[in-house]
Write a protein that binds this ligand. Structure first.
Ligand code: AMP
Ligand code: TRP
Length: 327
């Protein structure tokens, strides 16, 4: 089974990225032949700083290895190291509807109120469809906010297959049962995000322990006193329960009953402690890995070789089926 997922190189990674996506990369690397791609080409679709992109790309590679991606068991690479991705995006734009791209909520959200909206922000999902389809992917582990993009990738694959002949596997998104959408701790009706959320309500994977504890202590909770999981009615408390469930490995009902007679204050303290414990060892490994840039680059080089080799036959098929004269 082929596994593929992508993650942006911009922004500091937060606990939503970890719970919604990164921890499932680690799980799926043992379930199939897994490819994980730092999608640096996607990062230029919004306003960004080149030096920042450069540094964050290496930071993220170190972080992904630190959370448990194992170069022996999966392939981690940079999107820009494999030109097939940019080529596939152009070729697949022929079978992507302008109307469907305009309905993407991420495009609307990221473009809203901006003085300059790049064409790349609009065509972003075509590049993503190419990422996935080039690898004949079966499953794509992602968070809830990527549902619409995955649907588009499936539509693109189906349209291509019916117009040019069977070429692509139709991929399926897999979303975590708990934590597919972690909310901002200060505004629990909005998803946690370094671009759209609040700084105090966004817990970064690399935040220091006292910062993590403080962010949870000051989390906005709901009226009432009982620790009960009810996302519609109690978004703040339910979000904390989901985070605690993942960080401590305890099912939600067991968490609810363990707080009988105790209040939100205890819950906030416990989530903070559990997350500090979860992130501590990762932060140490991160510091070691990030310090050895030569080794990081070597691993990314190996990953890119494997990705190039794996995607090449599909890229060639796309060109041939579409009628291009090949060299
Ligand atoms: P990005 O950093 O936008 O490339 O996102 C990387 C991965 O994290 C994607 O699979 C997203 O679906 C996931 N993700 C981002 N924000 C959240 C969130 N607040 N809760 C759960 N998953 C998320
Ligand atoms: N759009 C995804 C995000 O913002 C990142 C991404 C790019 C991706 N290409 C992908 C995710 C391919 C899964 C598969 O999170």
């Amino acid at each position: 089974m082929r596994v593929f997922s992508g993650i942006q190189a911009t922004g500091e990674k937060h606990i939503g990225n970890y719970i919604g996506a990164m921890r499932n990369y680690v799980v799926t690397q043992d379930e199939g032949d897994a490819f994980f791609c730092i999608v640096d080409l996607h990062s230029i679709t919004v306003d960004y700083d080149p030096q920042d992109l450069h540094d964050r790309t290496l930071d993220l590679a170190a972080l992904l290895f630190a959370v448990g991606l194992d170069p022996e068991r999966c392939t981690l690479f940079l999107q820009s190291h494999v030109p097939a991705h940019a080529e596939a995006a152009w070729l697949l734009s022929a079978v992507t509807g302008f109307g469907q791209l305009g309905r993407m909520t991420q495009f609307k959200e990221k473009g809203e109120g901006k003085e300059f909206v790049s064409a790349g922000l609009f065509t972003y999902p075509v590049l993503m469809a190419g990422d996935i389809l080039l690898y004949q992917t079966d499953i794509v582990p992602v968070g809830d906010d990527q549902r619409q993009h995955i649907e588009l990738a499936r539509d693109v694959a189906e349209r291509f297959n019916s117009r040019y002949g069977e070429t692509f596997k139709i991929p399926r998104g897999v979303f975590p049962e708990v934590g597919a959408r972690i909310m901002d701790l200060q505004e629990p009706t909005k998803k946690m995000s370094t671009t759209g959320g609040t700084a105090q309500g966004t817990v970064l994977v690399l935040d220091a322990p006292d910062v993590i504890r403080k962010k949870f202590k000051t989390a906005v909770t709901d009226s009432g006193r009982d620790v009960r999981y009810a996302p519609g009615e109690k978004p703040g408390v339910s979000n904390l329960i989901e985070i605690l469930s993942v960080a401590s490995g305890t099912p939600i009902p067991a968490i609810e009953s363990s707080y009988d007679g105790r209040g939100y204050g205890d819950l906030k303290g416990d989530v903070g402690d559990a997350v500090v414990e979860l992130f501590g060892p990762m932060q140490e490994r991160y510091a070691e890995l990030r310090a050895d840039e030569g080794e990081l680059r070597r691993l990314l080089h190996v990953g890119a070789d494997k990705a190039r080799e794996t995607s090449a036959p599909t890229l060639e098929q796309i060109y041939e089926r579409m009628g291009f004269v090949r060299p």
